[in-house]
Ligand binder design. Structure first.
Ligand SMILES: [Zn+2]
Ligand SMILES: [Zn+2]
Length: 422
């Protein structure tokens, strides 16, 4: 197959897609700074006092604060409390707990209020402010990754179903894969087609990616009776809670199956696949080509990952490359430098005649327009080829040559003009 490279080219040659990726990032930063400045004058913004939110006095100790959080967070968790505004309150309660349970944050809050935590207050040195944990993650750190601690409360059926459903049928996207590709100098300049043998995980044909051994059918998990969850009682200072967790035997699927002999139950096997890659003109060392969908296969119907091809380039005996510009050297004799000459220069297009004008100085750079590298993504635009001229001054002269140069010297002293006036 022919790999689809459209829009997937990234390189350090200043290609268009790369620029597009940088621009929004800069805008994002500027926006964030504006937000920080705006909070400077607001003290105790919306949401009310953190102590009031948790219903504790300002003198409350850590244990009281923790207990208050547990109680309030369980009351207002949006899975349980369907009142409008319960979720906002739940998040606010999480923030309140995060601040009041941390000595540093609490001290700032007591002094400057909520605005002090968001940065910009003089006392905070205009720092980036405190980042709050996702309130649901905080909740889970208390109650164990699910609503298990909520056993006995009404309206939980839907939530539980969602939990096990997710674990059971969760599609897992395939991992990206990478491969190195070394190109010859000219292959990188003009692009090329290459066949790559890529070793990656692909869907198992033996079990049709299910991971279940051929000819067997999955049976109900004896440990969880097919629910995918196990329930245990957890004793805490606040009472006994029912802890519901993922069944360790079936990993939440509710079913036990014999693993496929070919893929050991993964649903994928490692296989070498040949991919035809079209390398675009102008790729440079360090360019990364993304081949969409040619990474490892996903699991349970998940999207496959992408294949990233990292480009390295072999040196050329004569040509050097700097982005889209080619450099090379040419050496001429001092006589040719004086009188001018024509030389044959190796370019990416092959040998080209170059005129060296009379009176060319050592170190002169001559430009051969549009003999450089096509720009990645817009191959009609080409860089230039810079020819650096070196002038060879002989270290020793034959007797005849010496005689002629001395004659020149004499001529020069008479006329006060001439090519040898240094
Ligand atoms: Zn089970
Ligand atoms: Zn298999």
């Amino acid at each position: 197959m022919l790999a689809n490279l459209r829009g997937g080219i990234q390189g350090r040659t200043g290609s268009a897609p790369q620029k597009a990726a940088f621009a929004p990032a800069r805008r994002g930063c500027a926006h964030a700074r504006t937000g920080g400045r705006r909070t400077t004058v607001v003290v105790r913004a919306d949401g009310g006092d953190f102590y009031d939110l948790l219903g504790v006095p300002r003198s409350a100790d850590k244990k009281t604060i923790k207990q208050a959080y547990r109680q309030k967070a369980r009351k207002f968790h949006p899975d349980v409390n369907k009142d409008p505004g319960a979720e906002d309150l739940f998040k606010k309660i999480g923030e309140a707990y995060e601040v009041l349970s941390d000595d540093n944050k609490k001290a700032i809050y007591d002094k400057y209020g909520e605005a002090g935590l968001k940065g910009g207050m003089g006392g905070m040195g205009g720092g980036p402010g405190v980042e709050f944990t996702n309130p649901f993650d905080l909740f889970e750190s208390f109650f164990g990754g699910n609503m298990g601690g909520m056993g006995g409360m009404g309206g939980m059926g839907g939530g539980m179903g969602g939990f096990s459903q997710r674990a059971r049928n969760r599609a897992v996207p395939g991992e990206d894969d990478k491969v190195d590709l070394q190109l010859d100098f000219l292959e990188a300049v003009f692009g090329c087609s290459r066949e790559l043998d890529v070793d990656r995980l692909t869907g198992c044909d033996e079990c049709e990616t299910t991971g279940v051994r051929k000819g067997t059918t999955p049976s109900t998990c004896p440990q969880c009776q097919g629910t995918g969850q196990v329930v245990s009682a957890v004793r805490t200072p606040l009472g006994t809670f029912q802890q519901v967790s993922l069944c360790p035997r079936c990993e939440g699927s509710g079913q036990i199956s014999q693993p496929c002999t070919k893929c050991q139950g993964d649903g994928r096997v490692r296989e070498t696949k040949r991919i035809s890659l079209k390398v675009p003109a102008g790729v440079d060392a360090g360019s990364r080509l993304r081949v969409r969908g040619e990474g490892n296969s996903g699991r349970r119907g998940g999207e496959p990952g992408d294949l990233y091809v990292y480009i390295t380039i072999k040196d050329h005996p004569e040509l050097r490359r700097d982005g889209i510009t080619i450099h090379s050297d040419v050496e001429i004799s001092y006589v040719d430098a004086i009188l001018g000459t024509q030389v044959k220069v190796t370019t990416v297009d092959g040998p080209v005649e170059l005129k060296i004008p009379p009176g060319t100085q050592p170190g002169t750079t001559l430009l051969m327009a549009k003999r450089g590298v096509p720009r990645l993504g817009s191959p009609n635009v080409r860089g230039d080829h810079m020819v650096h001229v070196r002038v060879r001054i002989p270290k020793s002269l034959s007797a005849d040559e010496r005689k002629l140069v001395e004659e020149l010297k004499e001529l020069q002293s008479k006329t006060k003009v001439g090519p040898f006036r240094f």
